[in-house]
Design a protein around this ligand. Structure first.
Ligand code: FDP
Length: 337
C-alpha cells in the first residue's frame, strides 16, 4: 500500500512518466497510450456508476426520452475507447471484442507504432445485477510495413505485449497495468477524478486460497480436469482444500486472486472444446500481468503467452494465478493425477 498525504499523491500520470524515464530510448508514445486508456476508463467508470440510474441498460435498440437510439453499456464502452484512442497518432489499428474485424485508424488521423486490442466491458452479463465488470487491454508493437495496421499486427503471441492491463469497476475503480516491469495498481479517487498509485509492484502469493471455476460444467469436463479440481478441493487428500469463489466476471475473479492468491480456470469442456475466453484481449493481458506479479498462466498444455494466435477472436482454455497452483494444473493435466 502507498500512503498519500494531503499534499502529496502519486497519480498514474506521474508514475507512467517516472517509469518512462527509466528507458532513455522511450519516445513517450506508449505512455500516451496509457494516459488515453486511463481517461477512457474514467469515462466508462462514470457510465457504469450511473448504469442503474441512467436507464442505459437493456436492449441496444431501446429508445431514450428524446427518441434517440440508446446503447447497451458494452457497446458504449467500445465507442468510448475507440474515440479516446483513434486520433492520438499513436496507434496503427485496434481490435475489440465488440467488432468482427480490425478497426482501422481513419485516414484523416495520424498513425503510430502500436496496435491496441481490448475487451471494452468484460463480464457484461453481470451489469444488470450490479456485479463488478471490467475492461481489459493489450498493446503490441506494429510489425508490418506501411502506416496502416493489419490483422498480422494483432496475431502476435502474448509474450510480445509491450503493455497490458485491466480496469475493474467494483466497490472502487482500479486500473492495473504492466509494461514489463512489474504490475502496478491505481485506485480512482472519485473526488479528484484521478487514478492514484495504491498497489505498487503487486506480488501474487506462491499458493493461493481461492479456486475460481464454473463447476456447473463438471459433467462436460475431461477426466484430467475433474482430477485437477478434486485436487484443488482437497478431495484426493494431496493438498489442503481451497475456497471456491466464482463471480463470473473474469476481471473480478482474476483481481481477487492476484491480490489474495489462487487460480482462475476456464477449462475446455465438451460443449466448448476450445474454452470460452478470448486469447488476444482477455487471456493474454491477464497472463502478462500475472507473470509480472510472479504468477503463471497456461492453456492446459503450454505457457499461455507462447500460444501462436491464428485468428482475432480465437478462444483458449486458461489456468491463471499463483505459480504453485498453476504448476499443479500443469502436472495433473499432463499425467491425469
Ligand atoms: P461474460 O460472458 O459475462 O462476458 O468474457 C466472458 C465472461 O463473461 C467472463 O468474464 C467470465 O469469467 C465468463 O465469461 C463466465 O462464463 P460462464 O458463465 O460460462 O462461467
Amino acid at each position: 500500500m502507498v500512503r498519500h498525504t494531503a499534499t502529496s499523491v502519486v497519480t498514474i500520470e506521474r508514475y507512467i512518466i517516472e517509469q518512462e524515464s527509466l528507458h532513455p530510448a522511450a519516445t513517450g508514445e506508449l505512455s500516451g497510450i496509457l494516459y488515453d486508456l486511463a481517461l477512457a476508463a474514467k469515462m466508462i467508470a462514470s457510465k457504469v456508476r450511473q448504469a442503474g440510474l441512467a436507464d442505459i441498460l437493456g436492449a441496444t435498440h431501446s429508445r431514450n426520452v428524446q427518441g434517440e437510439e440508446q446503447e447497451k453499456l458494452d457497446v458504449l464502452a467500445n465507442e468510448i475507447i475507440v474515440k479516446a484512442m483513434d486520433h492520438s497518432g499513436r496507434l496503427c489499428a485496434m481490435a475489440s471484442e465488440e467488432e468482427t474485424d480490425v478497426i482501422p485508424i481513419p485516414d484523416h488521423f495520424k498513425r503510430g507504432a502500436y496496435a491496441l486490442l481490448f475487451d471494452p466491458l468484460d463480464g457484461s452479463s453481470n451489469i444488470d445485477v450490479n456485479v463488478p465488470v471490467g475492461t481489459i487491454f493489450s498493446v503490441l508493437r506494429k510489425v508490418t510495413a506501411g502506416s496502416h495496421g493489419s490483422l498480422v499486427d494483432m496475431l502476435q503471441p502474448g509474450f510480445k505485449q509491450v503493455a497490458a492491463g485491466y480496469v475493474i469497476y467494483g466497490s472502487s475503480t482500479m486500473l492495473v497495468y504492466s509494461t514489463g516491469q512489474g504490475a502496478h495498481g491505481f485506485t480512482l479517487d472519485p473526488l479528484l477524478g484521478e487514478f492514484l498509485l495504491s498497489h505498487p509492484d503487486i506480488r501474487i502469493p506462491e499458493h493461493g486460497r481461492y479456486l475460481s471455476v464454473n463447476d456447473a460444467y463438471e459433467q462436460h469436463w475431461s477426466e484430467p480436469v475433474r482430477a485437477l479440481m478434486r485436487r484443488y478441493r482437497g478431495l484426493d487428500g494431496k493438498r489442503e482444500a481451497m475456497n471456491v469463489r466464482y463471480v463470473g466476471s473474469m476481471v473480478a475473479d482474476f483481481h481477487r486472486n492476484l491480490l489474495g492468491g489462487g487460480i482462475f480456470a476456464y477449462p475446455p469442456n465438451t460443449k466448448r472444446p476450445e474454452g470460452k475466453l478470448r486469447l488476444l484481449y482477455e487471456c493474454n493481458p491477464l497472463a502478462f500481468i500475472c507473470e509480472q506479479a510472479g504468477g503463471a498462466a497456461i492453456d492446459g498444455q503450454q505457457r499461455l503467452l507462447e500460444v501462436e494466435p491464428t485468428s482475432l477472436h480465437q478462444r483458449t482454455p486458461i489456468y491463471v494465478g499463483s505459480k504453485g497452483d498453476v504448476d499443479i494444473a500443469r502436472e495433473v493435466l499432463e499425467h491425469g493425477r
